[in-house]
Design a protein around this ligand. Sequence first.
Ligand code: PMT
Length: 407
Amino acid sequence: MAQLSHKKIILGITGGIAAYKSAELTRRLKEQGADVRVVMTDGAKEFITPLTFQALSGNPVSDSLLDRDAEAAMGHIELARWADLVLIAPASADFLARLTHGFANDLLSTLCLATNAPIAAAPAMNQQMWRNPATQENALTLKQRRIHLLGPGSGEQACGETGPGRMLEPSELVTAVLRLFSKAAAPAEKLSGKKVVITAGPTREALDPIRYISNHSSGKMGFALAKAALAAGAESVLIAGPVHLSTPEGVKRINTNTAQEMHTASLDMAGSADIFIATAAVADYRPETVAEQKIKKSADTMTIQLTRNPDIVAAVASLPDKPFTVGFAAETNDLISYAQGKLKNKNLDLIIANDVTRSDIGFNSDQNAVTVISAEKHQSLERASKEAIAEQIINIIASAISEAPKG
Ligand code: PMT
């Protein structure tokens, strides 16, 4: 089925060996019913001729900003307005840099500045060029401006090296384009304009300079929630304990170590949050004193005096203008009744009951299965990846806050 009928796509081609794959890409976009107009940079024409694309797209190829004939036919502003999507494939390191800095020194870069249409770029370059901090910073800036970066893929490269920087295959790019159009047609993002603050991971409570009390939380559940909140259009802030996870792109991260640090960071952030989600496995107690030097073994037994840590989620839920507050309950027995107790005692809006006796879910697993509990109802979320569980939890929260205003 032609899923791109009536879609007008500018296919921008920049200089790189992957330009030959764009011939196949043009054919596949046409097969899906798209109206494709190809714009080539001078570099692209060193690798493949405009005639190829004219034949495949059925439209004249544009390659010059200052061409009187071309401007008379369809000027660059007209072309920029015509497009439903500008897809640059391959997008060279040079072009990504020019796009980042708003250059308008050729037809394609000018079109990118002049268009209202979404822009997608499929990077293609040597792996070292892709890994270079300059390119990485450009890529990050472009993503923050909501320019869609499709790929790059990883593997053997034309230069003989191996690594990230390969242009995605034409079939993968067509799938990505279909996804972009279906996303654009989807209803408005559910948490747009909202700020979501999430605690994640364990805390560490020092006994001496080299030892601490902690637990097995990996932070995966909290990081998945931060990613899902961002995807739902929210500003997403992670207050992370000591974990070895990279920050999802676009998410703001605040690193903490101890429960007290996490408490301070959470209260700093919660005042401006619409939603607060506590996935962190916070140590309920910390050693009353921290030895300045390594504790030496002496007697056969040893007693450590512990003192209560502040309850972070309860403190947030007792703020006068509290955000919609969600806790997790990690339980080894009487899951639902303990979770219900925490919902009430901590004054939460929702609690997610998590059975932590199973090794296939919960702590450190890539999967989870939970029960979402509010004062009114229970909802079981069957075992799935933490990303899928996070997406469902975010949807439930979004529906709940659309029914109940903040406060
Ligand atoms: O990090 P992963 O490996 O992905 O594992 C995910 C998880 C199992 C840690 C997570 O799904 C989970 O269940 N988190 C809650 C862990 C926990 O400490 O539960 P709790 O029942 O002890 O605490 C209840 C709630 O109070 C939690 O929201 C907790 O963050 C919060 N709390 C607890 C103590 C404290 N001092 N401050 C808190 O805010």
